[in-house]
Ligand binder design. Structure first.
Ligand SMILES: Nc1nc2c(ncn2[C@@H]2O[C@H](COP(=O)(O)OP(=O)(O)OP(=O)(O)O)[C@@H](O)[C@H]2O)c(=O)[nH]1
Length: 227
């Protein structure tokens, strides 16, 4: 790609700052005003080339005339928006009552895509929080907003759940954090091995959830009851 492309300018900034730009990294700090729109136009142009290479007559086929434009918008503004937009604003409240009881939020719907084939990953997440006296509390909707921001990137499930746990830990500074995710991977259902029944379930347990087996059991029992 020639250096006058907007993606080249963004990439040069990332490299100069020695920042990674993997599929599931957020690069919003490196985009200047107006560049997201320019990036979308660049993706549209590249997508049009993909359609041409697939030997699809986009000139005469009324169904695919706008496909490159739609796919570019879908990637940049919708399903991969978590790469290009900053973290959602999250209002924090002090834990005024020094709450130290288990809190569980979920199931939060997960909509993501695998980094390997860009096929959908659709699933659910439960979050357990054991606050400390100095923890911050956040509004209930913010768990979903934060999850959406992290999941709307090309991901693998093992890394997605760790990114979410890291973000929650940094925000809440809790005594413990637990995240359980179960998801269907359409790269396995729709294509490839075509196994429609297999799901992936994984969990991250930190702090009190790792150290205290009865707390971990309480969390896992309560989320099972919600199934
Ligand atoms: N560990 C992990 N694997 C995933 C995830 N999402 C998709 N995969 C797998 O990634 C693998 C990619 O495999 P490759 O062998 O490189 O690609 P492929 O030849 O298209 O593989 P098949 O899917 O087996 O046809 C597949 O086995 C997918 O099922 C995920 O979140 N975590």
């Amino acid at each position: 790609m020639s250096s006058d492309k907007v993606s080249s300018r963004i990439r040069a900034r990332l490299r100069a700052a020695d920042k990674p730009y993997f599929a599931n990294d957020n690069i919003s700090d490196f985009l200047h005003e107006g560049e997201l729109e320019a990036l979308q136009s660049e993706v549209e142009e590249a997508m049009q080339s993909v359609l041409e290479s697939l030997v699809i007559d986009t000139e005469h086929d009324h169904n695919t005339q706008e496909t490159a434009k739609r796919v570019a918008k879908m990637y940049v503004q919708e399903v991969f928006a978590g790469r290009y937009t900053p973290a959602p604003p999250v209002t924090e409240f002090p834990n005024a009552q020094s709450l130290n009881e288990l809190m569980i939020v979920g199931p939060i719907t997960v909509r993501s895509a695998c980094s390997h084939h860009f096929c959908p990953i659709i699933g659910r997440i439960w979050i357990g929080i054991m606050p400390s006296a100095s923890s911050n509390l956040i509004g209930l909707s913010k768990y979903t907003r934060l999850t959406n921001w992290i999941m709307s990137r090309p991901q693998i499930q093992e890394e997605a759940i760790v990114q979410l746990a890291d973000a929650l830990e940094a925000l809440l500074e809790p005594n413990g954090i637990a995240v359980v995710m179960e998801a269907d991977h359409f790269c396995m259902h729709w294509r490839g091995v075509k196994d429609e029944n297999t799901q992936m379930i994984n969990s991250v347990m930190r702090g009190a959830f790792l150290e205290d087996a009865s707390l971990r059991r309480e969390f896992l029992t309560l989320i099972r009851l919600r199934n």
